[in-house]
Design a protein around this ligand. Structure first.
Ligand code: FE2
Ligand code: FE2
Length: 202
């Protein structure tokens, strides 16, 4: 990524990239990470959580929480994509290639698809997301406020998702109470951080 000053009228370079490269952001690496994270949100989780949520029927409380996590991961995908293009990157023009470079393993229906196995898979998927978004936060902190703000909003929700699935798995598998500290979202997929919506604070 060139670190020289963008000339007036140049539509092939971006000042928005020039300034963050100057501050030490490895922009091509950042774009690659954002595409991998977009793949994890859209393909590894949003798509497969749809299937997992179907299989939680009969546990309406678990189903509802899974739905919130599913829709919030879709909100994350929507939030990341514009930033990839702003930075001069683009999505692979091939869905299979996009899926295959995702930063987290696909959350495929486990065998056997028991509630405990599904909750375990959901929990570990959220943990992968926390690791990936923390990495983006570390790469951009103090250097690229726009990507940092986005990554921090997503990370806030991933941390909540982990807490939800710890609470549900501990209850279902171990008969233990490990509180998440939260109550349900407002509407399904409320996404208070990534959609800049109001927090639950009655
Ligand atoms: Fe997510
Ligand atoms: Fe999540």
């Amino acid at each position: 990524m060139p670190d020289k000053v963008v000339k007036a009228g140049d539509v092939n370079q971006r000042v928005g990239v020039e300034v963050i490269a100057k501050r030490g952001v490895d922009v091509p690496k950042l774009i690659k990470m954002l595409i991998a994270n977009a793949g994890a949100e859209f393909a590894s989780t949003y798509y497969y959580y749809t299937i997992l949520r179907m299989r939680l029927a009969g546990h309406e409380d678990y189903k509802e929480i899974c739905e919130d996590a599913r829709l919030e991961d879709r909100a994350h995908w929507e939030l990341i994509v514009p930033r990839i293009y702003e930075l001069g990157g683009e999505l692979p023009n091939d869905l299979k290639a996009f899926h295959d470079q995702a930063g987290c393993a696909a959350a495929k229906l486990p065998d056997p698809p028991t509630v405990v196995n599904i909750l375990t898979l959901l929990l570990e998927s959220e943990r992968c997301a926390i690791r990936s978004w923390s990495e983006v936060c570390d790469m951009t902190f103090g250097k690229d406020p726009r990507t940092y703000d986005m990554a921090a909003r997503i990370l806030n929700e991933e941390v909540e998702h982990e807490a939800w699935f710890i609470e549900l798995l501990a209850h279902e598998r171990d008969g233990k109470i490990v509180p998440s500290g939260h109550f349900r979202r407002g509407d399904p997929g409320h996404a208070p951080y990534s959609k800049n919506a109001g927090f639950y604070n009655p």
